[in-house]
Design a protein around this ligand. Structure first.
Ligand code: MTE
Length: 312
């Protein structure tokens, strides 16, 4: 049996309608897996647990959800290989439990947060976000999580804390890609404190109403919908509050191509290709990319004093 859910509760009663529609898609996709014999994914999905008691979050979109099958089989997670299909095939070796996230640096209350504590820290919300990859494709994904600001508030950043640095797991035993030096391991990313505190920035622990699939960054990841996808670090193990702007793995790998901010910006080309358009996974023709991925109303004010060509 692929889908674990209490048989007596219709999903329409416990999930918002958009999510339920998505779940129907997801159920179809899961059925497709049986036919396709996607053994790795079947095992993966059998391991997923329903996240109970989630509530609809703000910033919803009426755009069609990207099917669960695409969200979980077309991934960037270099710790599991550089091909989009690699993570779904190889991420079964990731052990998402037990798990802890160390929160330290310039905060009054540093600590280690285990997964159950993180799951209970604040009410879990269903948040449907557009996501845009720097490579020119996009998806609409129903995440489950709560604002990262909830955690930030609890650790009480010091006045000197200006940035957050995220470090993700780099374990050669669980992650075959880490045995190859394609990036500086561990994968690190960073956000300015006010970006991290923005209500759109999620600490995500689920997808399509269930725990995250390994290939999507189980058990806990960051989701920043107005930035290119690589800013959304997966399988995080440490959040450090620092004074200086962190250098991310992508910045150190290719400083001319990847800046710290990496806001979705159709007007600033990647040195090797245009960012003006994108292909929504599942669609044939391209659509125009929107400034800040369409979240300008919420986030443009964060950058009112910044030249976004220089600080790309
Ligand atoms: N996080 C880690 N630890 N390793 C990675 O390789 N890839 C990033 C980001 N987070 C990556 C990561 C990139 S390039 C993208 S586009 C998104 O994850 C993809 O997330 P998704 O596969 O869940 O859509």
């Amino acid at each position: 049996m692929l889908i674990h859910r209490p048989a007596d509760i219709p999903p329409s009663e416990i999930t918002p309608p958009e999510i339920y529609r998505g779940r129907r898609e997801f159920i179809r996709a899961a059925g497709g897996l049986v036919l396709a014999g996607g053994l790795g994914l079947q095992a993966e999905h059998a391991a997923a647990t329903k996240l109970a008691g989630t509530r609809p979050g703000p910033y919803g979109t009426s755009e069609e959800l990207t099917p669960w099958k695409d969200v979980t089989t077309y991934n960037n997670f270099y710790e599991f290989g550089t091909d989009k299909a690699d993570p779904a095939r190889t991420a079964g070796s990731l052990r998402p439990r037990p798990w802890a996230v160390q929160v330290d640096g310039l905060v009054k209350r540093p600590g280690s947060y285990d997964l159950d504590t993180l799951l209970r820290l604040a009410p879990l919300e269903d948040r449907i976000y557009r996501m845009r990859c720097v490579e020119g494709w996009s998806m609409v994904i129903p995440w489950v999580g709560y604002p990262l600001g909830e955690l930030i508030r609890r650790v009480e950043p010091l006045g000197s804390a200006k940035y957050l640095e995220f470090t993700t797991l780099a374990d050669r035993a669980q992650m075959p890609g880490v045995r190859t030096p394609v990036l500086d391991w561990p994968y690190t990313e960073g956000l300015r404190l006010d970006e991290a505190q923005h209500p759109l920035t999620l600490l995500a622990m689920g997808l399509y109403g269930e725990t995250l699939a390994n290939q999507n960054g189980a058990p806990v990841r960051i989701v920043v919908p107005w930035k290119y996808g690589f800013k959304s670090a997966k399988s995080i193990v440490r959040i450090r509050f620092v004074e200086k702007q962190p250098i991310s793995s992508w910045m150190s790998a290719a400083p001319r191509e990847y800046g710290f901010y990496s806001n979705v910006n159709p007007d600033v080309d990647h040195p090797r290709w245009s960012q003006a358009k994108e292909r929504r996974i599942g669609e044939f023709s391209k659509r125009k990319t929107l400034m800040f991925n369409g979240y300008g109303e919420q986030v443009a004010r964060l950058y009112s004093n910044l030249d976004l060509r220089k600080y790309f």
